[in-house]
Design a protein around this ligand. Structure first.
Ligand SMILES: NC(=O)c1ccc[n+]([C@@H]2O[C@H](COP(=O)([O-])OP(=O)(O)OC[C@H]3O[C@@H](n4cnc5c(N)ncnc54)[C@H](OP(=O)(O)O)[C@@H]3O)[C@@H](O)[C@H]2O)c1
Length: 244
């Protein structure tokens, strides 16, 4: 089976490529450095010849709503059009827990992910949406994104970070599924308050930034699973953080 990974050299894509190749799949990585631009469509027709499944783990640095929506919607549109012409049978997209419920609607990047999910659900290729919570390795970056004037501003919202390799395993399972499914979610084993998680993570790294607990605009439980989900086994690598 031949699998095209859109974003195949990124953080998730490169690990997924290794995992699928180890299982005997033929993998075609699709990123800018492979000469493929999912926004203009450059290189897509050639790359998709003989491909059965597209796994879409693309990302954009655009966090504003207009930029994120146009990237995520436009890339699904081009992948769907080129994929349909090439006879692709399954389109798998990696999304984020909470996006499906539309709770994250104030954040530009998440609006992009909402648009991405909608585009793949309504597209002509049967789709599976895999939603993951925040990757454990991403928490320090998330703290940086919450930093204003040297202080980390964190609502007391819930977060349930997952180990990236467990997400990669779930994506690989979706590739081997004979029938596309609708949506599946994955989260880590433990649920924390975001401000507690930031404090422990920064302290562990010797980072002296103060974490200030603030009221957030989003629902406090907006980014953890509320229905059925796969619970990862790998614990967050810092012990002693209060769980919820
Ligand atoms: N971080 C988290 O905690 C988290 C949690 C849940 C879900 N997710 C989702 O996981 C997905 C993957 O994230 P990641 O961290 O693996 O991203 P990443 O490391 O930034 O990789 C993104 C990939 O997209 C490719 N790309 C960007 N623009 C492109 C274009 N115009 N044409 C072709 N390729 C393009 C890049 O290719 P080049 O390298 O060639 O530029 C890169 O390989 C994202 O959709 C994100 O929403 C993340």
């Amino acid at each position: 089976m031949k699998v095209f990974i859109a974003g195949g050299r990124g953080r998730v894509g490169s690990r997924l490529a290794d995992s699928l190749e180890a299982k005997g799949y033929e993998v075609v990585p699709g990123g800018l450095e492979d000469g493929i631009d999912v926004l203009s469509g450059r290189g897509l027709a050639e790359a998709l010849v003989g491909v059965d499944t597209i796994v879409n783990v693309l990302n954009t640095p655009r966090f504003d709503a207009a930029g994120a929506i146009s990237f995520f919607e436009g890339s699904v549109g081009n992948l769907t059009a080129a994929g349909e012409r090439a006879g692709v049978r399954h389109h798998i997209v990696l999304s984020i827990v909470g996006v499906g419920e539309g709770d994250a609607s104030e954040i530009g990047y998440y609006l992009g992910k909402v648009a991405q999910e909608r585009a793949v659900r309504t597209g002509s290729i049967p789709a599976t949406i895999v939603r993951a919570t925040q990757f454990q390795s991403y928490i320090p970056v998330l703290a940086d994104q919450h930093t204003v004037d040297g202080k980390v501003l964190a609502p007391r919202s819930l977060i349930q970070p997952v180990e990236l390799d467990e997400v990669v395993d779930l994506l690989a399972e979706a590739v081997t599924t004979p029938e596309p499914g609708s949506a599946v979610e994955i989260a880590g084993p433990d649920r924390f308050h975001l401000d507690d998680l930031f404090r422990a993570t920064l302290a562990e790294r010797g980072d002296e930034r103060e974490v200030v607990t603030v009221d957030g605009p989003e629902p406090l439980e907006g980014m953890v699973p509320r229905g059925a989900y796969r619970k990862g086994m790998v614990r967050y690598p810092i012990a002693g953080i209060p769980t919820v």
